[in-house]
Write a protein that binds this ligand. Sequence first.
Ligand code: BGP
Length: 465
Amino acid sequence: SLKPFPKDFLWGASTSAYQVEGASLEDGKGPSCQDVKVVPEGTSDLKVCADQYHRYKEDIALMAEMGFKTYRFSISWSRIIPEGTGAINPKGIEYYNNVIDECLKYGIEPLVTMFHFDMPAALDERGSWGNRDSIDWFLNFAKVMFENFGDRIKYWLTINEQNMLTLVGPVIGTLMIPEGCTNVLKETYQQNHHMLVAQAKAMALCHEMLPGAKIGPAPNISLVYPASCKPEDVLAAQNYNAIRNWLYLDMAVYGVYNNLVWAYLEENDACPEFGEGDAEALKNGHPDFIGFNYYNTATVEASDGTEKLDSGADQQTARGEAGVYRGYKNPNLPTTEFGWEIDPMGFRATIREMYSRYRLPMIVTENGLGAYDTLTEDGKVHDQYRIEYLRKHIEQIQLAITDGAEMMGYCPWSAIDLISTHEGMVKRYGFIYVDRDEFDLKTLDRYRKDSFYWYKKVISSNGED
Ligand code: BGP
């Protein structure tokens, strides 16, 4: 029989600063890489987004109405330190103090992502994560957050989807590769290494400054299936599992490079250089839990190394890497309107695999369905498809709990409609509809979708409904 969800299970939902806040250059905020990037043709810029900066009270009240136990949001680095290092913007601190206090007023536990795809533009100009100083820049930013908000925030997440940043950073508008770089793979994994060291040091600093707080990573974890039971496809799946998933969690939890990834980097002359103290720092940072985003699984087959494959289409549709693995469309899975496979059972499989590897409590920091929603004339959004998607995934969490996994919470993407990483405003994920189009800001009024009322029941019954 099924085990129940834990009594203190953290039901909630997620957003990220650059996708939801707007006010991109208001009240002293410095530009981030997202504000200066060229957005894909036909998609909105990130100046207004859902305008949460001006409407956080209304938004948090709606989350409270759904019964949220937690709200996962991110703190914009360049809103509180406009140049990335140096002067602090008091208005930025004030804004997040207000958001935190508003959550706490309703008994909503803030779950804060420290870095969600939005490097301050001023630091991009100094080489971004490619500059070894980025470790200190990030640590300073962490310290400012711990000092200012640490008295009220119990749960911290370090870097959102560092693995996707490394694998498809340019699609998301992050990860700067310097012009004329001759070994892009090495440069990419050097930047990745700096992020890993920064994360480890931030976890250690959190434990030192805030002994009561808990901190963990937030990669995007999707189990990789072999396309067949051919041994060479199984090896390809192991390769991609290591490169896409385990590297990040092995590093966060054990502080060591996954051997398959290291061998792959060696083969390609792309091993990152260790700076002084890195090995020790990596060993000294420990997560209290694992946060992870799950949208679907991936399926791959062997690559004989002769094909031309570029590694990235987007977060969920990597095409492969010659000689290592090759993306394969799983014929057993339906896809969303935006081409992402849907695999609820793979969610359970992913949780099983993660829990048996790491034995740490886990919280789902993203999961959800991006779709074209329509607002009816009487202000309704009939998003039955989203309810179906979420219901099936919640069922699988309960099965995973029954398997013995320790699950702390579930925060689907997204609490409210916001701008997609690269597909604009039309790709909506929220429980709350925001009245705006791609380029026409309309009223920006909020409407409760059908999924809003449904999720409210899920929460009040602790997942039994
Ligand atoms: C994750 C990101 C989010 C997000 C979500 C949906 O990769 O952490 O920031 O937006 O995916 O992706 P998209 O917006 O591309 O549909």
